[in-house]
Design a protein around this ligand. Structure first.
Ligand code: GLY
Length: 338
């Protein structure tokens, strides 16, 4: 049955309450003895998709459309990511992405499924849909990760369009930046609104993806967390998935998404695990000038998100039974400094 999309932005708090998310962190959560029981099995007909930032709303729409056309959780992820990658107005993902300091748009992406299969591309140029290239690496090669010119060569072999990506908007922004060449990424914007996506289909299969143009005006050759399995994304089909947004260096140093999933394995809820992974960063390094947000989806459909600073949000679409239409919400996960 084709689903009817209903948007309940105003009911975000109610949905968040149903899922046990969005509440203020309770000090007791940080102690494993207080963590909840492990997630149970998914209920059939209760698909969930959650994606970082405002652009997650449209990504989730595309994901549920793919599901309703017979797709799997992996198809939901690829469809959602592709939609955002194709948006020339978005300055942090895909074809609209801001370039590095030398004016090159270099993209990173990865994808992972409930079986632990994973594919990734990093430092790839001239390919508009790195998420699809990553999926091909996963599905058709013996490797997990292809980089740079090799990834671009593989895109050519697959028959994908290979064309320069720097948009006029991004070029003008880069020209303005070059007047000072001051490397101070703006929190939540240049530092960094990557899209991370997590989905569970009606059969309880989990998948995740992550795609980004990386930090604006980075050094040429810099690769962030987003294509790194365990940093920007991790999925364990028996436990849940997690993804990260924000400054990749902080996520990589703490292997953040793997940490979130491992915390869930030990009994933390999705929300508790994201909180704890954020604390790991706060305990490890100065964080006044950097933002990181985590988003997690448990095997039981439970969702959580947390960030160092305010301003982080994520989109959540869910189907509560096989027959219900999709309910959508944009959740404020600004549990950081306010
Ligand atoms: N999280 C995206 C990046 O740091 O590149």
């Amino acid at each position: 049955m084709a689903s009817t999309r209903r948007t309940f932005l105003a009911q975000a708090a109610a949905i968040a309450g149903t899922l046990g998310i969005g509440s203020r962190w309770n000090q007791a959560w940080s102690h494993p003895a207080n963590w909840g029981s492990k997630p149970g099995p998914a209920k059939e007909g209760t698909a969930v998709m959650t994606s970082t930032w405002n652009h997650g709303m449209l990504a989730n729409d595309a994901g549920f459309q793919a599901l309703d056309e017979g797709g799997s959780a992996l198809d939901m992820i690829e469809a959602g990511a592709r939609l955002v990658e194709a948006d020339a107005e978005g300055l942090s993902v895909g074809i609209g992405g801001l370039p590095d300091r030398d004016g090159h748009v270099t993209l990173d992406a990865c994808i992972m499924d409930h079986l632990g299969d994973a594919g990734s591309v990093c430092f790839v140029q001239n390919v508009a849909h790195p998420i699809s290239l990553a999926r091909n690496v996963m599905d058709r090669t013996p490797h997990v990760m292809l980089a740079g010119a090799g990834a671009e060569q593989y895109a050519r072999e697959l028959g994908m369009p290979v064309t320069p990506l720097l948009t006029e908007q991004a070029r003008l922004a880069w020209e303005r930046w070059r007047e000072t060449s001051n490397y101070q990424p703006v929190i939540n914007i240049e530092n960094h609104d990557t899209i991370g996506l997590l989905a569970m289909d009606d059969q309880g299969r989990l998948a995740g993806g992550c795609t980004t143009s990386g930090v604006a005006y980075k050094m040429h050759g810099r690769v962030g967390d987003s294509p790194i399995i365990g940093a920007g994304l991790y999925v364990d089909g028996a436990i849940g998935g997690a993804t990260a947004t924000g400054l990749g260096e902080a996520v990589m140093r703490t292997v953040g998404s793997f940490l979130v999933v491992e915390l869930m394995r030990q009994g933390a809820s999705a929300q508790e695990a994201c909180f704890e992974a954020v604390q790991r960063i706060i305990r490890s390094m100065p964080t006044e000038d950097l933002q990181v947000g985590y988003l997690a989806l448990g095997r039981d459909g439970q969702v959580g998100g947390h960030a160092i600073h305010g301003g982080f949000n994520y989109a959540l679409h869910q189907r509560t039974s096989a027959d219900t239409p999709i309910e959508s919400a944009l959740i404020d996960a600004s549990h950081g400094e306010h």
